[in-house]
Design a protein around this ligand. Structure first.
Ligand code: SF4
Length: 397
């Protein structure tokens, strides 16, 4: 790919720190940056510089293509045996009156609501409760696939898997094979938070460790399956904790190649035990996307959740390394809105999402979970929507 004029100007800028110039040259030469260079980017690099590097890499991988998928969420419960300090979602067992707990039939009813609709994926994730065990989830996945074989089941994180496998006294490899046999097709990226124990102990101390999170994904990848990864940033962690987190992911990805997408998750401070911690600025969010794109050279995709960061920031992020915007949600997730996201009822039609991407100068591509193209919306014409009806009003003299 041709180097952009901006990149040339950057490399010839006499005021650019020599260390940053060296990193830019590495990016151009397809060389991997080191841990220390990752920290340096967080500490010293300005947004404009990061945007040029990240956008160069994004366009080298995907051109103007920007992916999205059509999915719906099932959140089995918002009760949880854990007590993560940043969680605005969980109502601990003692606050049961504010919680919900779906039965198997209620979850299948949610799936049936989407019969005949062109969704390609169901995303299942929520709190951790003892009755949702290996047998329960195996039956749920099997029955979803029996009802609708074409629906991709993306479900649960290592937080749930570690808990249910421990209760069932089975190891990770056996457990993940059981889940696959039951109908599980991929794992979303949640539960990663920050891997380093120094931070994890303070914000999410009882659930699976960073190493356990990585070990479960590794077992999943070993049986030929794909997954995603997240990082909850912008709270009490230091920059080097973020780089450490990405380093561990990059190292696992070198060994398995099973990750598809990295999703930075912005910490929101509403209605949780860390409400005194200020949130990151939009500027910091964009810097973080860009550094993720530069650091994770072996990840194909960087995704932004528009429902979490707002539609405008999602559009901006497409110039800072992001090539995927999380789907056309139908107001089926409460995880972001309960944490204080701008979008309290996150619903967007396909046309709205396509317009959002086009208005940012990119090409919208609907994908399935595994990034097969479903529809290329670049030259797609939507049918005219029904015109609003006007009623004749009585004339009052
Ligand atoms: S983040 Fe997940 S595991 Fe932690 S309390 Fe909330 S629902 Fe439970």
């Amino acid at each position: 790919m041709e180097v952009s004029e901006n990149f040339r100007i950057l490399l010839n800028n006499p005021q650019l720190l020599p260390e940053l110039k060296a990193i830019a040259q590495k990016v151009l030469d397809k060389q991997r940056i080191t841990f220390d260079e990752g920290v340096l980017l967080y500490e010293k690099a300005e947004l404009g510089y990061l945007g040029i590097l990240a956008n160069y890499l994004r366009e080298k991988k995907h051109g103007n293509k920007t992916y999205f998928n059509r999915n719906f969420h099932i959140e089995p419960t918002n009760l949880c045996v854990y007590d993560c300090k940043f969680c605005s979602y969980s109502r601990l067992l003692k606050q049961k009156s504010e919680g919900w707990e779906y039965t198997m039939e209620e979850m299948l009813d949610i799936v049936k609501k989407y019969d005949g609709q062109p969704v390609t994926e169901v995303h299942i994730v929520g709190g951790v409760l003892p009755q949702y065990d290996v047998a329960f989830y195996s039956e749920l996945f099997t029955r979803i696939k029996e009802h609708r074989p074409d629906l991709h089941v993306k479900a649960l994180t290592p937080v749930e898997y570690h808990y249910i496998f421990k209760k069932a006294k089975i190891d990770y490899a056996t457990g993940m094979q059981l889940m696959k046999d039951a109908g599980l097709e991929s794992i979303p990226g949640g539960g990663a938070e920050i891997f380093h124990p120094e931070v994890r102990e303070l914000i999410a101390k009882d659930k699976c460790t960073g190493d356990q999170w990585l070990a479960i994904h590794e077992e999943w990848h070993k049986i030929g399956m794909r997954s995603n990864a997240t990082m909850l940033y912008g709270h009490i962690e230091k920059y080097w904790h973020r780089v450490d987190h990405m380093e561990r992911l990059r190292e696992l990805q070198d060994r398995t190649g099973g990750f598809q997408t990295f999703i930075p998750l912005k910490f929101r401070n509403q209605d949780n035990q860390m409400s005194n911690v200020p949130e990151s600025t939009v500027l910091e969010d964009l810097r973080n996307y860009a550094i993720s794109r530069i650091y994770l050279d072996n990840f194909d995709h960087i995704k932004a959740y528009w429902a979490m960061i707002s539609r405008t920031t999602a559009q901006l992020s497409l110039n800072f390394g992001v090539d995927d915007i999380d789907g056309t949600l139908d107001d089926t997730t409460k995880i972001y809105s309960m944490a204080g996201a701008e979008e309290q009822h996150p619903a967007m039609s396909t046309k709205q999402l396509v317009d959002l991407i086009k208005n940012a100068g990119r090409y919208p591509i609907e994908r399935d979970t595994l990034y097969n193209v479903v529809t290329d919306y670049n030259d797609f014409q939507f049918e005219e929507t029904e015109k609003p009806k006007y009623y004749k009003l009585p004339v009052i003299n």
